[in-house]
Design a protein around this ligand. Structure first.
Ligand SMILES: Cc1cc2nc3c(=O)[nH]c(=O)nc-3n(C[C@H](O)[C@H](O)[C@H](O)COP(=O)(O)OP(=O)(O)OC[C@H]3O[C@@H](n4cnc5c(N)ncnc54)[C@H](O)[C@@H]3O)c2cc1C
Length: 455
């Protein structure tokens, strides 16, 4: 016999938890389903603990940069207490049982288990079937993906979860994947004493970013003793005697640990979406600008599963639209022109909107302007660790910014100004005439505006 609810939310990560809680607060009968921990990847194995690790690693690096302080460059990092503290803090703040209790207090009903669709309007969890009268929301995120490399599946390789849970820094680690997650963790482990090699199949690190960002990061990594090999083909992986041997098309890498950070994939098959007519092999759930799933009735998608950007802020942004849409309120349709992205390396790489190449590919008349952080006032004051740049991409015909990159000690924070400019389409002329505080990193935006020239 099936049960009934107004809304069933499958996946209680940042987006799903928000949707479920707010709809329950609005008085709907909501069932939230999660196979693992309420809160999802972000608080337990993603954004939050990784940024805590980065904070610790950056403090170490900053300490080592103090000129004239004896021994500051030789600070002996001890990882275990840092790891334990991060686990404790993350658990204190995002305790799964507290999250469940909070949802139940709002009137929600929670089921721990694996949810799958069971035809239109129905969700099965084990042998329970819930009929959703008003909406089904799919918010099941994405999972770490391992490339089909010979031998890899038989080895005890790490994903982000193992890397974040470890209480021991490996003596050496190979990181497959030079995207945001790979480079962030590579730098953390290096700063805590590991020998680190980053292996990237693409020609450069942080591929979706401006090429200058990847090139700068490679230089910074080289200076820190991180070996970066780009454009590699990984032929096979073997694990024997406590060591990984990674065979490349040119050479081999030997390491105590292997972290696979080669991307995350959505698994529509395990949700049985074909039972509502959706292709299970699709890379993402097809949704419109109200996050309604294209095809079935009364179904919405939220977060990584929609393929609109694997960020917690995208998931939360979409959750707001879904809540309003389900409650029949006015909805401002989703707009992804100004999605901010931050890779929290040192220097941080922030970017928004289109890259120079992306703008050209769209057939726009492109102007770009660049300013180097070391030659800005604040960069000069900052001295060591001041690597970075601002790059602006404009649609010259329209006189607005369509993309920007901000690399530097606080690149992600400087990005706020640029995100607003892209989102609100602030005319370049207005940006040129506003006042930029002296001496800030964001003041370099003014110099980049002065450098704008057609390309
Ligand atoms: C190491 C790392 C660092 C990151 N850093 C950042 C960062 O700095 N900033 C940022 O914005 N993003 C970051 N991210 C990405 C961010 O974590 C994700 O974009 C975000 O968690 C996606 O949220 P979501 O709502 O799609 O759900 P997820 O967090 O993916 O959660 C999905 C939930 O659904 C559950 N689930 C899955 N399938 C089922 C099923 N069939 N039935 C029941 N439950 C199911 C899972 O158990 C999980 O709880 C990082 C990710 C990683 C791995």
């Amino acid at each position: 016999m099936s049960e009934h609810a107004d809304v069933v939310v499958v996946g209680m990560g940042p987006g799903g938890e928000d949707v479920a809680g707010r709809l329950a607060e609005a008085g709907l009968d909501v069932v939230g389903v999660d196979a693992e921990l309420v809160g999802g990847e972000c608080p337990y194995w993603g954004c939050v603990p990784s940024k805590m690790m980065i904070r610790a690693a950056d403090l170490l690096a900053e300490g080592g940069r103090i000129p004239g302080v004896a021994g500051s460059a030789d600070i002996q990092p001890d990882w275990a207490p840092v790891a334990r503290r991060i686990r404790a803090e993350a658990t204190d703040n995002w305790d799964d049982s507290v999250a469940v209790e909070r949802f139940v207090k709002k009137g929600g009903r929670f089921i721990r288990g694996w949810g799958r669709l069971d035809g239109p309007g129905r969700v099965a969890v084990g042998d329970r079937v819930i009929e959703a009268g008003r909406a089904i929301v799919l918010a099941t995120g994405a999972r770490a993906w391992a490339p089909p490399v010979t031998g890899l599946a038989d080895t005890p390789y790490w994903t982000n979860r193992d890397a974040i849970e470890t209480e021991t820094v490996p003596t050496s680690i190979a990181v497959v994947g030079g995207g945001a997650i790979g480079v962030e963790l590579a730098q953390v482990f290096r700063r805590f004493g590991a020998e680190v090699t980053v292996l990237e199949v693409a020609p450069r690190l942080v591929g979706p970013e401006e090429p200058e960002a990847g090139a700068l990061l490679e230089r910074v990594f080289a200076a820190e003793g991180i070996e970066v090999r780009t454009g590699v083909t990984i032929e096979s992986v073997r694990y024997a005697g406590g060591r990984f041997e990674i065979t490349l098309d040119g050479g081999a890498v030997d390491a105590q640990r292997l972290l696979i950070a080669a991307g995350r994939r959505v698994d529509l098959g395990s949700l049985a979406v074909s039972s509502v007519g959706i292709d299970e092999t699709a890379r993402a759930l097809p949704v419109d600008d109200h996050l309604r799933v294209i095809g079935p009735e009364r179904m919405w998608g939220v977060g990584d599963i929609t393929g609109k950007g694997a960020f917690t802020h995208i998931s939360m942004y979409q959750a707001d639209i879904v809540v309003n849409d389900i409650l029949g309120r006015d909805v401002v349709p989703a707009d992804y022109r100004a999605v901010p992205r931050v890779t929290f390396t040192d220097p941080e790489i922030g970017s928004v909107g289109l890259s120079e190449q992306g703008a050209r590919d769209e057939g726009r008349s492109v102007s770009v302007g660049t300013a180097q952080i070391p030659s800005s006032s604040r960069g000069w004051i900052h001295k060591t660790g001041n690597e970075g740049f601002i790059k602006l991409v404009t649609d010259a015909d329209r006189g607005v910014l369509v993309g920007a990159t901000s690399v530097g000690p606080t690149g992600g924070e400087v990005l706020g100004l640029l995100t607003l400019a892209v989102y609100a389409e602030v005319p370049i002329d207005r940006l040129r005439h506003m006042i930029y505080a002296y001496p800030t990193f964001h003041r370099a935006v003014e110099a980049a505006l002065a450098d704008l020239h057609p390309v």
